[in-house]
Write a protein that binds this ligand. Structure first.
Ligand code: UD1
Ligand code: CA
Length: 454
């Protein structure tokens, strides 16, 4: 099957410098949603018609894993004219499915149903009955059969009363499509070459015109403004939340979760309100995520608990670990089982073995930390000299006293203890107390100054 995606429109009502089809829905450009759906239908030829903001659209397409054909439509003379630009890319022996870069949520199932009902030699239209059809093309039927589509601006009063609308999505036998597009005229209210005019041509040529309907109106809803984009975002998020609930995930409020990517959950996962998941996130069995956490491209293993207000990115949290509140795990953080990371602790590119704890106010960067290590409040690994990064190694059972600075590269041996306030610049030997601190003295002869009388 050929798939043509129309994406040349300028999207003036978005009030933005970004081309409309590049605005993100659930963290992904509108056009990417359509491309992903097209790919899931195993399209053999895929062609995007671009125009406004062309450079940015081409850049986005170039970053796609598979090559996508493109055709420039300049100037934009209507939807029929747009499809004409793709004709050289289309394989005559397969049907052509026409999609819109600003209609992101059509399901593959609905498109497949349309493709199936049209077969090889019928023209199929995805239509929907809408309470308020204003502005859209109306499906004109005679004796139940579709005979043509009339645009809002060209319709008479009786036609405007029709509530069955053209979603714009069509599947057309390709050889016929080429022939009909060649015969399009622009003698209509908008002076445009309407794709929709091919419907009456099909009827005149004895080609059957059939229709399919999506499961819901949002499947064919387009984005023309930030208002519509926000509405579709909420619908999409509600759909995702519903799926999670159906899989057995407990959502404290399904209206207050945002999934911008793929969230995979095990059994008995609980997610509190206000959480954002980006990229690929895995929450294994029994994971609990507290309110207002942001989790990006990470794996949280079974039984782990993420307390409120944590930011976790490209990290692995081990089984039954407890993170937060207010913890930040940055890329390269790998925590083994039963690790505790408390409030205002930041870990970057740090590997922490089982049962270790950093419960308060610490920075751990470029560090390898053994098992059963206790990191006191205020500990900092000084990993950066302004030019290069160095590693800190803390071996099993070490105890790092509060407010210590470990100036990397440095190693704290197995079972070593650092006294509070130590600035460690040389390795601390295993099993010993190491301390670097000015000796405490008491000045017996000192007395507090007093104010001089005026
Ligand atoms: C079109 C249909 C209408 C349908 C409606 C659904 C025609 C003539 N009318 O309306 O029956 O109900 O979609 O939303 O087809 N585009 C181009 N190049 C152009 C013109 C448009 O690429 O020259 C793209 C736009 O970027 C957009 C899509 O085609 O993605 C639809 O264009 P738009 O102007 O929104 O729709 P209408 O033509 O008003
Ligand atoms: Ca238009």
């Amino acid at each position: 099957m050929n798939v043509v995606i129309l994406a040349a429109g300028m999207g003036k009502r978005m009030q933005s410098a970004l081309p409309k089809v590049l605005h993100p829905l659930a963290g992904k450009p509108l056009l990417s949603h359509v491309l992903d759906t097209a790919r899931s239908l195993s399209a053999s030829q895929l062609c995007v018609i671009y125009g406004h903001g062309g450079a940015a659209v081409l850049e986005m397409l170039a970053a796609q894993p598979e090559k996508v054909a493109t055709a420039l439509q300049e100037p934009q003379l209507g939807t029929g004219h747009a499809v004409m630009q793709a004709l050289p890319e289309l394989d005559d022996s397969a049907a052509t499915l026409i999609l819109y870069g600003d209609v992101p949520l059509t399901t593959a199932a609905s498109l497949q149903a349309l493709v199936d009902v049209a077969g090889k030699d019928k023209l199929g239209i995805l239509t929907v009955v809408q309470d308020d059809p204003f502005g859209l093309g109306r499906i004109v039927r005679e004796n139940g059969e579709i005979v043509r589509i009339v645009e809002q601006k060209d319709a008479n009063e009786a036609e405007r009363a029709i509530k069955e609308i053209n979603s714009g999505i069509m599947v057309v036998p390709t050889a016929r499509l080429k022939q009909w597009l060649g015969a399009l005229k622009n003698n209509n209210a908008q002076g445009e070459y309407y794709l929709t005019d091919i419907v009456a041509m099909a009827v005149a040529d004895g080609v059957p015109v059939v229709s399919a309907q999506p499961s819901a109106q949002w499947e064919v809803a387009g984005v023309n403004s930030k208002v519509q984009l926000a509405e579709l975002e909420r619908i999409h998020q509600a759909n995702i939340a519903l799926k999670l609930l159906e899989q057995g995930v407990t959502l404290m409020d399904p209206a207050r979760i945002d999934v911008r990517g793929e969230l995979v959950c095990g059994r008995d996962v609980t997610i509190d309100v206000g959480c954002v998941f980006e990229g690929k996130v895995e929450l294994a069995d029994g994971v609990r995520v507290g309110p207002h956490c942001v989790i990006v491209n990470s794996r949280i293993l079974a039984g782990a608990q993420i307390k409120p207000f944590c930011h976790i990115e490209e990290a692995v949290v081990g089984e039954v670990s407890i993170i937060g509140p207010y913890a930040r795990l940055r890329p390269g953080t790998v925590l083994a089982e039963d690790v505790h990371v408390g409030n205002f602790v930041e870990i970057k590119n740090g590997q922490v073995a089982a049962h270790s704890k950093a419960n308060h106010l610490a920075y751990i960067g470029d560090a390898t930390i053994g098992s059963r290590v206790n990191i006191g409040a205020g500990t900092i690994t000084c990993n950066y000299d302004g030019a290069n990064k160095f590693r800190t190694v803390i071996e099993d059972d070490a105890f790092i006293g509060s407010d210590s600075q470990l100036v990397a590269p440095v190693t704290v041996g197995k079972g070593a203890t650092l006294g509070a306030g130590t600035t460690l610049t040389k390795d601390a030997p295993a099993g010993k107390l190491t301390i670097s601190r000015a000796r405490q003295i008491t000045v017996e002869t000192w007395s507090r100054p007093v104010k001089k009388p005026k």
